[in-house]
Design a protein around this ligand. Structure first.
Ligand SMILES: [Zn+2]
Length: 313
């Protein structure tokens, strides 16, 4: 397919779009799904243009993105010199951020949005073709970006709403962690319990309101995935249109064998390969400071109750 092909006259690109708060465990779930035949998890494609093509961060395969065999040829063949990544970042930032929710929701005509989504669709299409995948798992989580993809005729989007205890999320945002995305040490973004909790409530609330009643929506608690990873993967893949997935990635009930992925951005867990044990991370129950706990519960309690996190330590 060339960049001039009409993208809306072919079969829609099926995308499982993960929504919810950051630090909710989407990276490990996407990593596991990436190993399922017919499925590819390219990480957080929202950040392809800045962190990937401009920043040249490391791909999940370990190479700088512009040196990765998949992405370097895919971008060159799909976009050529027609699209400047800086222009794509400008278009993205003026069309699909949270502040653009109302405009995207009501589908108002927007030339800038179309100029961002058409080349984006060509990238997803090429990714699907080159990896022989009928399902792309995009863990970007940015709600308005997911909404915009769903409204574009090139895409068939199903939503996976991943939620995690907000106190575990707050603890994760406070930890100092190397992103492993660059050649030198670069810490992942950190947030206070207040900011983490406001984001948790905001992004989960938007996902709930936008898609909670849709047949395209499935909500999973990260804690339930960790407790029963195989069963949860089957549920997710059925929702995404794969009723009989090959789960040979599991070497036993809670262990997966991961090959390198070609993920653009995400938690450093995306670089994990070999046999990986899926287990609960409950460090927060002992190490999250009391003040942070109080702030988190105060700012998240309606959805914390809704998602049945009340009463956990
Ligand atoms: Zn790669």
């Amino acid at each position: 397919m060339t960049s001039s092909d009409p993208i809306s006259t072919t079969i829609p690109i099926r995308v499982l779009y993960i929504v919810g708060s950051g630090r909710s465990g989407s990276t490990i779930i996407a990593n596991v799904l990436d190993q399922i035949p017919g499925t590819v998890s390219p990480g957080e494609l929202y950040y392809l243009w800045d962190r990937g093509l401009i920043g040249n961060d490391r791909c999940g395969c370990g190479k700088a993105l512009r040196s990765c065999e998949l992405w370097s040829t895919l971008i060159a063949d799909t976009l050529g010199s027609d699209e400047d990544p800086s222009a794509m970042v400008r278009r993205r930032n003026t069309t699909v951020r949270t502040r653009h929710l109302v405009r995207v929701f009501f589908g108002r005509r927007n030339r800038q949005l179309r100029a961002f989504l058409d080349p984006t669709a060509r990238v997803y299409r090429a990714l699907s073709e080159r990896t022989n995948s009928t399902l792309i798992v995009d863990s970007s989580k940015v709600p308005v970006y997911g909404l915009a993809l769903a409204k574009h005729p090139a895409f068939d989007v199903r939503f996976l709403h991943l939620v995690r205890d907000p106190r575990a999320v707050a603890y994760s945002w406070q930890r100092k962690k190397d992103s492993l995305a660059g050649n030198t040490k670069r810490l992942m973004t950190q947030h206070s319990a207040t900011k983490s909790s406001l984001m948790w409530t905001g992004w989960n609330g938007i996902a709930q309101l936008l898609w909670g009643r849709s047949h395209r929506y499935l909500r999973i608690r990260y804690e339930d995935f960790v407790a029963a990873p195989q069963e949860t993967c089957i549920e997710i893949l059925r929702h995404a249109g794969n009723p009989d997935p090959d789960l040979s990635v599991f070497t036993d009930a809670t262990t997966v064998h991961l090959e390198p992925s070609h993920s653009v951005s995400g938690n450093p867990a995306r670089f994990s390969t070999g046999n990986v044990s899926i287990k609960s991370d409950s460090e927060w129950t002992e190490k999250l400071a009391r003040n942070s706990r109080i702030v988190t519960v105060a700012l998240t309690w309606p959805l914390l109750l809704w998602y049945r996190y009340w009463g956990r330590s």
